[in-house]
Design a binder for this molecule. Structure first.
Ligand code: SF4
Length: 208
């Protein structure tokens, strides 16, 4: 059955007590994707950004994307972003370990982008977010990855749902709805954020 994850997201948001917002760990793939997601999340959640992306190659690119996430965090917390969050953003960085991604992608290097290697890649990163969130008392976890038209939102949500526990809920989303991807392009230009032209790993370097 087709689930409308955007509607599921809105239903959850409608029930939130903004005086006591849920602690959300938001897995962030890059700053441009985070911009549009923050527009949808800022008024309802206490957000920590989690940069955990062992898939990004080479290291210089991983660092460049991280630098932009840090820049966006400072912009938001400095009151200079489009919308203000309920609480200042936190940013947590998981140190890069490319071997973990290579192990997950082993044997799937020749898969097309969007295929089995990408599913493993999603599982790795969402699994990292889930583990950190569980260890640090978050209420929910989510990912910015659903903003991209190149990413399968249904698969991302199915993986997220499979990882949730009674104490830690997956926040379903389909951030590409409501013009999310175009908004990420607009906001990246407005705030001078670098937008990469490939997904991340060395095996899927198709231009976006
Ligand atoms: S193409 Fe992107 S999603 Fe797929 S495995 Fe590579 S980095 Fe991960």
């Amino acid at each position: 059955m087709d689930v409308n994850y955007d509607k599921e997201f809105e239903k959850i948001k409608a029930r939130i007590d903004r005086e006591n917002p849920p602690k959300l760990l938001l897995h962030v793939c890059c700053a441009p994707c985070a911009t549009a997601c923050l527009l949808r999340l800022a008024d309802s959640f206490d957000i920590t950004l989690y940069y955990a992306n062992d898939n990004i190659m080479p290291r210089e690119e991983w660092q460049k994307r991280l630098d932009e996430v840090q820049k966006l965090t400072e912009t938001v917390n400095g009151g200079l972003f489009e919308t203000q969050p309920l609480r200042p953003l936190d940013l947590v960085v998981q140190p890069l370990d490319t071997e973990r991604f290579l192990t997950a992608a082993n044997g799937l290097e020749k898969e097309k982008e969007g295929g089995a290697r990408c599913a493993k890649c999603f599982e790795l990163r969402l699994g990292d977010a889930r583990n950190f969130a569980l260890q640090h008392g978050f209420d929910m976890f989510a990912t910015t990855l659903t903003v991209s038209p190149y990413k399968n939102s249904r698969l991302l949500n199915e993986i997220g749902l499979s990882l949730q526990t009674p104490a830690l809920r997956w926040l379903p989303s389909d951030f590409k709805k409501h013009n999310g991807y175009n908004e990420s392009i607009r906001l990246s230009a407005k705030y001078g954020l670098y937008r990469q032209h490939y997904c991340g790993c060395a095996f899927g370097r198709t231009e976006m």
